[in-house]
Write a protein that binds this ligand. Structure first.
Ligand code: FES
Length: 354
């Protein structure tokens, strides 16, 4: 023998997001309040929920957070309500008789007469009121089963079409959104409220930008404080090639740009390391091979090949650096200086005899 399911108990598990979907699908059972959905008191009996089994199942399937739970029993006999197949067949028959596309759907039948006793309590507490289409007189509170409106919708209508249809038909009034509630409390128009929101957004953006800039500035200072400042200066002591590189008398400039030193093989047989800093005001003189002299471009001071000044404002000879031999290599140490006017050029560390 055929059997079918009937819902004998419904409850709401924790986690309701107050989306109104269940009350839209089955308002006889579900009452969406401010913070959660509750089961209406009259819907706590099996006799009440049994005939509403299809709507309850639709509501449970449509719950986005799956908090609608129900208990069923198997009842002998066929389902007392139309099956989905029968509903589809009915819709197909209507379409075949030209009642489908291109034709306006018949208006929803409003309930008339005294409500059944099992609806009476529900109607008293119902928040759904409406007007008959085309009339100015408000009707007494009436309830249209969600299934009736769902049946009037196209088969593949989107999930929120039922809600829209209920609102559009005037049977339900959507609850105000949070923005609407704030706007109404503040007494602002929609345009003013949008301006306030936009202004608040700009202020927040500026505030966050200022915080970010402060943070970056702080991090920059912190990084500057923590990371040691290293200047890339050439080492004071360096190898200046091999002694054989300076076999002939002359001025060797290969270490001038990198180390500020001329290696000079003097006519008297000494190999010296001369500073390239003018002793007048610190300019960098040039070696003029044709004139066989160092010439400062700033104020015209001139120095012989051995570094002794002979023209211009330079007050004293160029300085020498320490120069020594390490095997076949020539080593210059710029941390040790030797000045002619102080008699330091006699120091053996100020020259190499070649
Ligand atoms: Fe060299 Fe003045 S700096 S002459």
């Amino acid at each position: 023998m055929a059997t079918h399911e009937e819902v004998v108990k419904v409850w709401i598990a924790p986690g309701c997001i107050v989306c109104d979907a269940c009350e839209t699908d089955c308002p006889e059972v579900f009452d969406v309040q401010e913070e959660t959905c509750v089961i209406r008191p009259e819907a706590r009996s099996a006799d009440f929920t049994k005939p509403l089994t299809p709507s309850i199942k639709i509501a449970a399937e449509g719950c986005p957070v799956d908090v609608i739970k129900f208990e069923t029993i198997q009842v002998e006999g066929p389902e007392p309500w139309p099956s989905p197949e029968e509903q589809e067949a009915k819709a197909a028959t209507s379409a075949a008789h030209g009642e489908g596309a291109g034709k306006k759907k018949p208006a929803l039948a409003m309930p008339t007469g005294r409500p059944e006793p099992k609806w009476a309590g529900l109607l008293v507490t119902s928040r759904i009121t409406g007007h008959a289409p085309g009339t100015a007189e408000p009707l007494r509170p009436a309830r249209v089963p969600a299934g009736a409106i769902a049946h009037a919708l196209p088969r593949h209508a989107p999930p929120d079409a039922l809600s829209a249809a209920m609102v559009g038909a005037g049977f339900t009034r959507p609850k105000p959104t949070v923005a609407q509630r704030i706007r109404e409390k503040a007494g602002l128009s929609r345009r003013d409220f949008a301006g306030v929101v936009a202004g608040t957004g700009v202020i927040l953006a500026v505030a966050w930008g200022a915080i970010a800039a402060s943070f970056l500035t702080f991090m920059g200072a912190f990084q500057s404080f923590m990371v040691p400042k290293v200047t890339k200066e050439p080492p004071t002591t360096f190898r200046a090639g091999k002694l054989g590189d300076y076999a002939t008398v002359g001025v060797y400039e290969q270490f001038k740009s990198s180390n500020g030193v001329w290696i000079v093989h003097q006519p008297d047989g000494q190999l010296v390391a001369l500073s390239d800093i003018c002793t007048h005001l610190g300019c960098i003189p040039n070696w003029l091979p044709t004139d066989q002299k160092f010439k400062c471009p700033c104020h015209g001071s001139g120095y012989y090949i051995n570094g002794v000044n002979f023209e211009g404002p330079a007050p004293r000879p160029l300085e020498r650096f320490k120069i020594t031999r390490e095997g076949q290599f020539v080593v210059v140490d710029k941390s040790q200086k030797y000045r002619a006017e102080l008699g330091q050029w006699n120091n053996p560390a100020s020259y190499i005899s070649v």
